[in-house]
Design a protein around this ligand. Structure first.
Ligand code: FAD
Ligand code: SF4
Ligand code: SF4
Ligand code: SF4
Length: 404
C-alpha cells in the first residue's frame, strides 16, 4: 500500500505541545500501535507505529485533550483542612498526609492504590500497591512527570474484577483515566492534585547526575522536607547506603527552575484540567495561607503541614466520615482554599527563556547551564540564606504573627 494511503486513516492525536503523556490513547489501542516515548526534551508523549495502526480512531476518542471528560455537576463545592493523626505519616508526606488516610482506608477494604513512585535511578512511574509497606513508596510529591505506562489497563481489569481502586495523579492523568474508562465504576475513587506543572524526567536525571559525585547513588529526593517547617521546605537527598543529606535551599538548582516555571511541560502552560469542579472524586493540595484571612484555631499545626481536600463529587462526601479515625478534618470556605492556591484554577505563565531551556540543557555543560538558568538572583539568595540561618522556633513565631 502506498504511504499516502497508509497515513490517510491515521488518528490525529496531540503533538508535543499539547500532549500530556496521560497514556489514555496508548492504553486504548488494541493493536499496540501506540506507545509513550521520551521527546527531545525528555517528556513522555504518544508516538505511533503507522504499520500497526488499523485506523479505528479509538485512541482519538479516549484523549482527554481532544475530548475533555465530563466534570462533576456539583452545585456547592466543599473544602476541608485536614491532617493525618499519625505524626510519622504526616512527617513523611508533603502536605498534611491526607493522601495516606484515603489510601490506608482503601487498603483496609481489600482495595489497591495507584500512584507515583520513585524507581531505579530516580525514574518516576505509576505503580499499583496493595500493602501499607508498599504505600510508603507513593508518599511525597515527586517533582517530575510520572511514566503512566500500561497502568490504566490494569486499573480497568481490577475494576471489572470488582476490586476497589484508588487512582491518584496529576489532573491530566486522572482526566486520561476517566476518558479511557469511558463509564462510571462505583468501586473507583480518583484523587488529583492542585498542580503547578511538571519538569521533564531528563532534567531530573541531569540534576541527579550532578549530585551523585557529592553524595553517592541516590534513591530518593524529598523536595519538601518539613524539618524547617512546611513553608520553608528543605531538599533532602537519600542515598543507597541509607544516609540522608539536607541541602540548603538557596543552592538548589532544580527548585530555582521549578519555581520560575522555566522547565515545565509545554501543555502545562495551557492546562485544560484545572478549575473546579473536576472529573476526579477529590482534589488534594497544600492548604497554603490557611488562617491568613479567616481565623484558624490550630496555629501550632501549621508548620507540620495542612492538606486541602476539595470535594468534586458531592455524592462521595460521606467517604470523609470513614477517614475520621485517621484524619483530622475541618470544613473551610472554598474562597479561602482556592484564594491561596491559584495553580488550582489557572496555568502558570510561560517565561521567555523556556524556549531555550531544554535545548541548552542538552548542549551546555552542567556548570554553564546552572549559571545561565539555575542560579537564584541576589534577592532570592539573600531571603533564603537569611531564613536558613534562623532557628525553627523563630520562623514559627514570625509565621504566627501573620495569622488571624
Ligand atoms: C508535580 C506536582 C505539583 C504540585 N503542585 C502543587 C501546587 O501548585 N499547589 C498545591 O497546593 N499542591 C501541589 N501539589 C500537591 C502537593 O504537593 C501534595 O502532593 C498534595 O497536597 C498531597 O499531599 P499529601 O500530604 O496528602 O500526600 P503526599 O504523600 O505528599 O502525596 C502523595 C501523592 O502525590 C502523588 N504524586 C506524587 N508525585 C507525583 C507525580 N510526579 N505525578 C503524579 N502524582 C504524584 C502520589 O501518587 C500520591 O497520590 C503538587 C504535586 C506534584 C506532584
Ligand atoms: S487508530 Fe486505532 S489502531 Fe490506530 S493507533 Fe488509534 S487505537 Fe490504535
Ligand atoms: S491521550 Fe494523552 S497521551 Fe494520548 S495524545 Fe492525548 S494527551 Fe497525549
Ligand atoms: S499542569 Fe496540567 S498538564 Fe501539566 S502536569 Fe499538571 S495537570 Fe498535567
Amino acid at each position: 500500500m502506498p504511504l499516502t494511503d497508509l497515513n490517510k486513516n491515521l488518528p490525529q492525536l496531540c503533538d508535543t505541545t499539547s500532549c500530556t503523556g496521560c497514556g489514555a490513547c496508548v492504553n486504548s489501542c488494541a493493536h499496540q500501535a501506540l506507545c509513550l516515548t521520551a521527546s527531545a526534551e525528555g517528556f513522555y508523549h504518544q508516538t505511533i507505529d503507522a504499520q500497526r495502526c488499523v485506523g479505528c480512531k479509538l485512541c482519538e476518542r479516549s484523549c482527554p485533550v481532544l475530548n475533555p471528560p465530563v466534570r462533576h455537576n456539583t452545585e456547592k463545592l466543599r473544602a476541608f483542612a485536614a491532617w493525618h493523626k499519625d505524626e510519622d505519616i504526616r512527617r513523611e508526606s508533603s502536605s498534611g498526609g491526607a493522601f495516606s488516610a484515603f489510601a490506608s482506608f482503601v487498603l483496609s477494604q481489600g482495595g489497591c492504590v495507584v500512584g507515583a513512585a520513585y524507581g531505579k535511578d530516580l525514574h518516576i512511574e505509576h505503580i499499583v500497591v496493595e500493602t501499607e509497606e508498599e504505600l510508603r513508596r507513593l508518599r511525597l510529591s515527586k517533582y517530575s512527570q510520572s511514566f503512566i505506562g500500561g497502568v490504566l489497563s490494569e486499573v480497568k481489569s481490577r475494576l471489572k474484577a470488582g476490586q476497589t481502586v484508588l487512582f491518584t495523579g496529576t489532573p491530566c492523568q486522572v482526566s486520561g483515566l476517566v476518558r479511557f474508562l469511558g463509564r462510571d465504576y462505583t468501586n473507583l475513587i480518583t484523587i488529583d492534585l492542585i498542580c503547578h506543572g511538571v519538569p521533564s524526567p531528563k532534567f531530573l536525571q541531569k540534576y541527579r547526575e550532578s549530585l551523585e559525585p557529592r553524595f553517592g547513588k541516590i534513591d530518593k529526593i524529598d523536595f519538601r522536607n518539613k524539618r524547617k517547617g512546611w513553608y520553608d521546605n528543605l531538599r533532602v537527598v537519600y542515598t543507597e547506603n541509607g544516609k540522608s543529606h539536607a541541602m540548603r535551599g538557596h543552592n538548589d538548582a532544580y527548585w530555582v527552575a521549578f519555581s520560575r516555571d522555566t522547565c515545565l511541560m509545554e501543555s502545562c502552560y495551557q492546562c485544560r484540567a484545572q478549575g473546579f469542579p473536576r472529573c476526579s472524586t477529590f482534589t488534594l493540595a497544600d492548604f497554603w495561607r490557611i488562617g491568613h484571612r479567616v481565623p484558624f484555631g490550630h496555629k501550632d499545626e501549621i508548620e507540620k503541614g495542612i492538606s486541602l481536600i476539595i470535594v468534586n463529587d458531592e455524592s462521595k462526601v460521606s467517604l470523609l466520615q470513614e477517614l475520621t479515625g485517621r484524619l483530622y478534618l475541618e470544613e473551610r470556605t472554598i474562597d479561602e482554599a482556592i484564594g491561596g492556591n491559584l495553580s488550582g484554577v489557572q496555568s502558570h505563565h510561560r517565561p521567555s527563556d523556556r524556549s531555550s531551556f531544554y535545548a541548552d540543557l542538552e548542549k551546555m555543560s552542567w556548570q554553564g547551564f546552572r549559571q545561565r538558568y539555575l542560579t537564584p538572583n541576589t534577592r532570592e539568595r539573600l531571603v533564603k540564606m537569611f531564613r536558613e540561618r534562623l532557628p525553627f522556633w523563630l520562623i514559627k513565631r514570625i509565621r504566627l504573627i501573620k495569622q488571624k
